[in-house]
Design a protein. Structure first.
Length: 366
């Protein structure tokens, strides 16, 4: 079915193909002269490509037809905000509040102006493109959705088919999910650091190469089934001056890491390593041996104890760690124990979320 130019242009803009949309719309100028939607689309597309002069013209034409449209007001407010004219921008945001009190873009823009709206910060946000979060919204890019959903559907279908045909095979050592969509772009690699460091504190200050290397290492460790090592590099990024986009990708990568068992755990960090730099090991897993003390069952059914790390032989205690289980495990307190748990932090101290225990009564801990 043939679609009108405005519909086609809008679809192009949602796919972030602004130049194509502008070219298509401008070729229909005579047909759509005096059409409000035509001017809104052109003004918005020009705003996103940085052609502010044309955006001002098209938004001005749209305002002659209708003055109380939220998209129009957001576009004009964004133009004034880009220029550092926050007083004029606020006037438009107040108009939006009267029309649409629940508008989040307007509320976020007002908060930005109130807390960080100095001219230097605005220039930085314009330069990095972060200012676009205050532009008229375009919705989710369908091409990005497809690039994630289609591979995911194919992957799931493939797994189901393989399990159906070969139900007794063990595929743990095979290739893991293809996370090509999380690969850093050339732009992210060359501008890996957060531009605005004011008011921020970081555990690690890294340069572009160090950030890119940490992210690449995390991806490589993931594909090698070394989730603990991947978690360490992810934590390095999240606690550093890495850009927002890289941190977002690191968090997505983290969501694919799996809970290990005693048999599958790799890169088991020592107590001393975790104690020395806890922030690097949060959410990683450990298998630590020792003896249990101060164990008790809580009213809500959870179980708490302390693990004397390294005290299996009753000679040396490397450290004392609080451990919590969702339910009481079958532990014999007088026997050495090995605990599999996830590293967490409370009051800047280590504690473990216990998942499993292992005890050997006859031969001692193995």
């Amino acid at each position: 079915m043939t679609q009108d130019v405005l519909t086609v242009a809008w679809k192009l803009m949602r796919r972030r193909k602004f130049a194509t949309a502008i070219k298509l719309l401008e070729a229909r100028e005579e047909i759509y002269e005096g059409n409000f939607e035509y001017y809104i689309l052109l003004g918005t597309a020009c705003l996103y490509v940085g052609d502010i002069g044309s955006a001002v013209t098209y938004f001005g034409d749209a305002r002659k037809i209708k003055i109380s449209d939220v998209r129009l007001l957001l576009g004009q407010a964004a133009i004034f905000l880009r220029r550092g004219d926050t007083d004029r921008a606020l006037q438009y945001y107040m108009e939006i509040k009267d029309i649409d009190p629940a508008n989040k873009i307007s509320a976020n823009a007002v908060e930005f102006i109130r807390t960080r709206g100095d001219y230097d910060t605005i220039c930085r946000w314009v330069d990095t493109g972060r200012i676009e979060q205050f532009y008229p919204p375009l919705g989710v890019n369908p091409e990005k959705v497809a690039s994630i959903v289609v591979p995911a559907v194919c992957f799931i279908a493939g797994v189901v088919l393989v399990l159906a045909l070969f139900p007794h095979k063990n595929y743990y050592k095979g290739e893991r999910r293809d996370l090509t969509e999380l690969t850093l772009t050339a732009e992210e690699k060359s501008n890996a650091q957060e531009k605005d460091l004011s008011g921020q504190t970081y555990g690690f200050i890294l340069n572009d190469k160090q950030i890119s290397k940490a992210y690449l290492d995390a991806m490589d460790y993931f594909q090698s089934h070394r989730d603990n090592a991947a978690q360490v590099e992810i934590n390095r990024i999240l606690n550093s001056n890495a850009s927002v986009s890289i941190k977002q990708k690191a968090r997505v990568l983290m969501s694919y890491l799996e809970e290990p068992t005693f048999d599958t755990l790799t890169d088991n960090p020592s107590y001393s390593a975790v104690e020395a730099e806890l922030s690097l090991y949060l959410d990683a897993w450990v298998s630590w041996g020792g003896k249990i003390t101060n164990a008790y069952l809580n009213e809500n059914g959870t179980y708490s104890c302390q693990l004397l790390v390294g005290y299996e032989s009753g000679e040396v205690v490397e450290g004392i760690v609080n451990v919590r289980f969702a339910a009481a495990p079958n532990i014999m307190p007088d026997q050495p124990v090995k605990i599999l748990g996830k590293i967490c932090s409370e009051d800047k101290k280590i504690y473990l979320e216990g998942k499993a225990i292992y005890q050997s009564i006859k031969d001692g801990l193995k």
